[in-house]
Design a protein around this ligand. Structure first.
Ligand SMILES: N[C@@H](CCC[C@H](N)C(=O)O)C(=O)O
Length: 285
């Protein structure tokens, strides 16, 4: 079977995207992992299928939540496992729908997109997209061990549609020394696994009313990546909660692949950043 794909990324978090509007291509986990394989396939941190919500069983709940959510982001990690949400992926998905002529959206306009985590509102901005990640939950403590981390550290569980555990480190040297080639061990084990973010404050933490942090991430199902949008939101939310009263609502999160913006409004958290399409091709599966 030949699949026409587009390769895209958001701050270096890269994806293989393909269109299957009517839900005719049900790829299994091994086929999805083969697409994402960096040696034997196209290569990516995840695979995104553009499919109409009406063509999927999950779409029933999505369309009940928002009948305007015509398109569903069918997201899978590099190992072929499904995930509820992808913050970088949904921006790249927006760019892909536009480039394929499947969506019309002017700057400042918003579209509803279905995901396994529910409907997300995606707004086109002059330099990319902003997504409303919805209501967040900062709750639950854990202990995290990682290679080259001298002592285990406390972690804070954050839910933004998908599960995260955020760990504060002392400084850049400690962050740079981490070996994320192996998954950090989180205790107690999260029932559905977790993405794990390690953060350090910038110096100063807050300038011009904006909080600034650096982050590295080990993603569930994908390993260490150059960026994770939902992870950046989780990292900003955790740092904001540690900072206490008076902490800013706006954050800039530096990741190995660039920088994204996070802002908190009420009980919702928003993520903004670029979305790049890099090349198209056809791959035989
Ligand atoms: N890179 C994504 C998150 C992708 C899903 C994640 N690995 C999970 O399993 O929850 C992002 O930008 O948010």
């Amino acid at each position: 079977m030949d699949i026409a794909f587009t390769k895209g990324h958001g701050t270096g978090n890269d994806f293989v995207l393909f269109a299957d509007p009517d839900g005719e291509l049900e790829l299994d986990a091994a086929q999805l992992a083969a697409l994402a394989d960096r040696h034997f396939g196209v290569g990516g941190d995840g695979v995104i299928r553009a499919v109409r919500s009406s063509a999927l069983p999950e779409g029933t709940a999505v369309l009940a939540e928002d009948p305007d959510a015509e398109w569903f982001m069918d997201y899978h990690n590099a190992d072929g496992s499904p995930a509820e949400m992808c913050g970088n992926g949904i921006r790249v998905y927006g760019a892909y729908l536009l480039s394929e002529g499947l969506l019309e959206l002017g700057v400042g306009e918003t579209v509803a997109i279905g995901t396994r985590g529910g409907v997300r509102q995606l707004t086109r901005t002059p330099d990319g997209f902003e997504v409303d990640l919805g209501p967040y939950l900062v709750a639950g403590e854990a202990i995290v061990a990682a290679r080259r981390l001298a002592v285990d550290r406390p972690g804070l569980a954050v839910g933004v549609g998908n599960p995260h555990v955020v760990v504060a480190l002392a400084d850049d040297a400690e962050l740079d020394a981490l070996d994320l080639g192996e998954a950090p061990v989180v205790t107690p084990t999260p029932p559905d696994g977790a993405n794990v973010e390690f953060v350090v404050p910038a110096e100063p933490l807050i300038s011009g009313g904006v909080g600034r942090i650096r982050m590295r991430v080990h993603e569930r199902g994908s390993g260490e990546t150059l960026s994770c949008g939902t992870g950046a939101a989780a990292a900003a939310l955790a740092t904001r909660s540690w900072a206490g009263d008076g902490a800013p609502d706006a954050w800039r999160v530096r990741v190995p692949g660039g920088e994204v913006g996070v802002r908190v409004e009420g009980d919702h958290v928003f993520l903004s950043g670029p979305a790049e399409l890099v090349f198209d091709g056809v791959v035989a599966l």
